[in-house]
Design a protein. Structure first.
Lengths: 115, 113
């Protein structure tokens, strides 16, 4: 069964450093998303991406965040200058055709630790 | 008032029992309702997906949506120890575009053998 994959599973970085989190969505899906989950808190929407551009973003997704689909398979989230409060699980998700765009399938997540 | 409220639990029931999990929400614009299961330190796994009010059944799982009360439920019949996990409700608005999901905090469910 196809699934969303994410790398790395755990990323440790120093405050102020840039990190890139990588995702490979399910191959025939059209919509891509990033979410985060701070330990003990709810899953929060960051951004959605369709047709090579941002479709929607939350207030969390400020100028330090960016997303990119550099090729036909990868989808990345870049955090330019990490802060301690960026420590969280980051989940990538994808969904299929427009009529089912809210049926989102999640990857296993990348645990980001900012020291 | 939070957009989506969900009792965090833990909810502990004996194996074989019927489990009822619930969420309330405040935003009447929500049209799509989902239930996800999340095991510890794993990604959410989509269980049920419903549009607007009504019931949907899939095996041992039944999802109910009551938009008039802004209340959704997930029932698990013949619960198994492997059902022990955190159950997240999620919802989104109608309309085009790639709406982000709004999640509840999740209910931690424990099925005792």
């Amino acid at each position: 069964e196809p699934e969303v994959t994410q790398t790395p599973s755990h990323q440790v970085t120093q405050m102020g450093q840039e990190v890139i989190l990588r995702c490979v969505p399910i191959s025939n899906h059209l919509y891509f998303y990033w979410y985060r989950q701070i330990l003990g808190q709810k899953v929060e929407f960051l951004v959605s991406f369709y047709n090579n551009e941002i479709s929607e973003k939350s207030e969390i997704f400020d100028d330090q965040f960016s997303v990119e689909r550099p090729d036909g398979s990868n989808f990345t989230l870049k955090i330019r200058s990490t802060k301690l409060e960026d420590s969280a699980m980051y989940f990538c998700a994808s969904s299929p055709a427009i009529s089912r765009h809210n049926e989102q399938f999640f990857g296993p997540g990348t645990r980001l630790t900012v020291l | 008032q939070k957009e989506v409220e969900q009792d965090p639990g833990p909810l502990s029931v004996p194996e074989g029992a019927i489990v009822s999990l619930n969420c309330t929400y405040s935003n009447s614009a929500f049209q799509y309702f989902m239930w996800y299961r999340q095991y510890s330190r794993k990604g959410p796994e989509l269980l049920m997906y419903t549009y607007s009010s009504g019931n949907k059944e899939d095996g041992r799982f039944t999802a109910q949506v009551d938009k008039s009360s802004k209340y959704i439920s997930l029932f698990i019949r013949d619960s198994q120890p492997s059902d022990s996990a955190t159950y997240l409700c999620a919802m989104s608005h109608s309309g085009g575009g790639a709406d982000g999901l709004t999640f509840g905090k999740g209910t931690h469910l424990i099925i005792q053998p």
